[in-house]
Every structure is written in structure tokens, then in C-alpha cells.
Design a protein around this ligand. Structure first.
Ligand code: UFG
Length: 327
């Protein structure tokens, strides 16, 4: 099969490209390089620079394509509340363009990157796919809307999709093949790394008065290589079963913010300069996934998501980029 990976120069997209190439898929990457990086591209995959907002270029990129993995979206929760128009353009209009272009070009399979943000505040500590859907930020709303669009395009146009609801994506390719770092990261582990390498002088833990064993929030951290494998399995599933699915991707195990920092300190043998700060609005105390559905439907199992692996693989990429600052 020939697969178009939209957003294939991004953090998760580049890991998906690697997994697809290793499995023997023919891969074409479509990316506008707004946040994606050339350094993340694989020479074995054809690259087309283009935007989801450019219908003509998008349709051309879909020539002779059997399936699409769509990961090109804005993903900063806070920014989505301040600049919803950006998220409406990219995450909604762009993705609807894709559904229309796929209809036009008769491409039938779509793997979509969704998010645990579609659930909103958890009503149970561990979430399965039938948990109520009440996003509390505009980013989560855009992901939920696209799941609903895909359900309609399945019914009306026969586009079969697998929507993958990621929990907290972390880690880097362990072979060191993917080295692009996100700029101005907001997520916990990149912030920990930037503090470690002196890019920021200190970091904050947002709240230590939660109802958790050490008072800090608990999240389900899933290695990006495990996420990538799920996309490959989802394409194989679509080809085999021709049925749409919505699936959580997490480990089912949670780690607290303090645990993440202390594990990093232990592994790199260096102290991290952090202070306690007030809670960040919209943060639930505990968010972990039930991924039993992905395990039974795709035969997927996280294999890279132990904390040591997650932290080491991330540290190595930061070392590669910032080692000069270390000397
Ligand atoms: N945190 C800190 N300090 C920081 C950054 C984060 O204490 O500098 C804490 C947060 O308060 C939270 C935890 O670390 O308790 C994880 O925060 P992240 O920002 O890394 O991740 P979130 O769980 O908030 O969100 C992530 C993705 C979203 C996605 C969501 C779904 O970033 O895109 O998971 O579960 F919607």
C-alpha cells in the first residue's frame, strides 16, 4: 500500500513514517513545515511540501495513494483557547478539506490522530472509549468534531477510519533516527529537559495539593514509538477488516509529575531546578487510559513505554542538540 502521511515531518508523524517504512509500506509525506522539521524526514519517503488549505496540492499528493495518516494539527491546549481561529482553520477546515479530497480521489482508509482531550474532565480515574465526551478546551473540541465528521463520511462516502486517542505522547526513537525538537515546548518532559540543559533557569510543578499520593498530577505517558506502531497496525486493520474504530492509546499506568522529575534526576544524575507553583487550570488530578480495545482489536501492546526508556531516549536527543551548552 502507498500511504500519505500528513504531518510526517512532525514529532509523532516522523515516528509513524519510520514504523511504516520498516513494515514495508510505500510512504509519501505531506507537510507544510510550519512546525514539522526537515531533519525529521526520511530519505526513503517521498516528500511533498504543502498545506491542507491548498486543495489542488492536496489532491495531487493523494495521487495513487491507498491510505492516509493525518497528524497535521495544532496541539497546544492553552493556545487553542486564546486563538480558536487558528485551530478552526488547521484542525477543522484543513481536516474537512482532506475528507473532501479523499472523496474526490477515492481514497478509502484514514488513520486520524485524536486525543484524550475529547473526554474533558474524567469521571473515572481510568478512561475507556465509552466515557462521556465533554471537551473543556477548543483543541479537544476540534478533535471530537473531526471524529463526528469521519463517522458521517464513513456512512455517506465509505471512508473507513481509525481514530487514535493519544494520552501523553513522550520519548524519542531509540535508534536516534529522529532528532527534531519542538520549539517552545509546554509539555512536561521537554520542559524538564530544557531545565536540565539550561535553556530555562527553572521549571514549575503546577500544583502539589491534588488528591494523589505525592500531591502532583498523574498522567499516562506513552512512548511515541508505541504510538507509531499503532498507526501501522491500524492501516493493516483497515485493509483487512474495512471497519471504522475509535481507540485509546495509553499504557494504563500513571506517573506523577514529581515521579517524572525524580526519575529524570536519578537517570541523568543531575538535580533539576523546580519550584512548586499554583495549579494550572483545567488539569485533572489523574488521567489514565484503558487501552483494552486497541489491544484486542489491533493486537497492540506498548513495548517501549517504561519510564527509563522514555526518559533516556528523550535525554539523548536533547544531548545531541545541546551538548555544546554542556561544555
Ligand atoms: N506540568 C508541570 N509543569 C510544566 C508542564 C506540565 O507541572 O511545566 C504538569 C501538568 O500540570 C500536568 C502534567 O505535567 O499535570 C502533564 O502536562 P502536559 O502539559 O505535559 O500534558 P497534559 O496532560 O496537560 O496534556 C497532554 C497533551 C494534550 C492532550 C492531553 C490529553 O499535551 O495535547 O495530554 O491527555 F490533550
Amino acid at each position: 500500500m502507498r500511504i500519505l502521511v500528513i504531518g510526517g515531518a512532525g514529532y509523532i508523524g516522523s515516528h509513524v513514517v519510520k514504523s511504516l517504512l520498516n513494515t514495508g509500506f510505500d510512504v509519501r509525506v505531506y507537510d507544510d513545515l510550519s512546525t514539522g522539521k526537515r531533519i525529521n524526514l526520511f530519505k526513503q519517503a517521498e516528500f511533498v511540501e504543502g498545506s491542507l488549505l491548498d486543495m489542488e496540492s492536496l489532491k495531487k499528493a493523494l495521487d495513487n495513494v491507498d491510505g492516509v495518516v493525518h497528524l497535521a494539527a495544532k496541539k497546544a491546549v492553552g493556545e487553542s483557547m486564546a486563538e480558536p481561529e487558528k485551530y478552526a482553520n488547521n484542525n477543522l477546515i484543513g481536516a474537512i478539506n482532506l475528507l473532501n479530497a479523499m472523496t474526490d480521489k477515492n481514497v478509502k482508509y484514514l488513520v486520524f490522530s485524536s486525543s484524550a482531550a475529547v473526554y474533558g474532565m474524567p469521571q473515572t480515574p481510568q478512561l475507556n472509549e465509552s466515557h462521556p465526551l465533554n471537551p473543556i478546551n477548543f483543541y479537544g473540541f476540534t478533535k471530537l468534531e473531526m471524529e463526528r465528521f469521519m463517522e458521517w463520511y464513513d456512512r455517506l462516502k465509505g471512508i473507513k477510519f481509525v481514530s487514535l486517542r493519544y494520552f501523553n505522547a513522550v520519548g524519542y526513537d531509540e535508534d536516534g533516527d529522529i532528532l527534531g525538537l519542538e520549539e517552545k515546548p509546554q509539555n512536561l518532559l521537554p520542559v524538564v529537559m530544557e531545565t536540565l540543559f539550561g535553556i530555562r533557569s527553572q521549571m514549575s510543578i503546577f500544583g502539589n495539593d491534588y488528591d494523589t499520593p505525592d500531591g502532583t498530577c498523574i498522567r499516562d505517558y506513552i512512548h511515541v514509538t508505541d504510538l507509531a506502531t499503532a498507526h501501522t497496525l491500524a492501516l493493516q486493520y483497515l485493509e483487512r477488516e474495512n471497519t471504522s474504530q475509535i481507540l485509546n492509546l495509553g499504557t494504563g499506568t500513571g506517573h506523577s509529575v514529581l515521579e517524572m522529575i525524580q526519575e529524570t534526576e536519578r537517570i541523568v544524575n543531575q538535580k533539576i531546578n523546580y519550584t512548586m507553583a499554583p495549579r494550572r487550570s483545567g488539569d485533572p488530578a489523574k488521567l489514565t487510559a484503558s487501552s483494552e480495545k486497541a489491544q484486542s482489536i489491533l493486537g497492540w501492546q506498548p513495548k517501549h513505554s517504561d519510564l527509563e526508556n522514555i526518559i533516556r531516549s528523550t535525554w539523548h536527543v536533547y544531548q545531541n542538540t545541546y551538548e555544546k551548552n554542556q561544555n
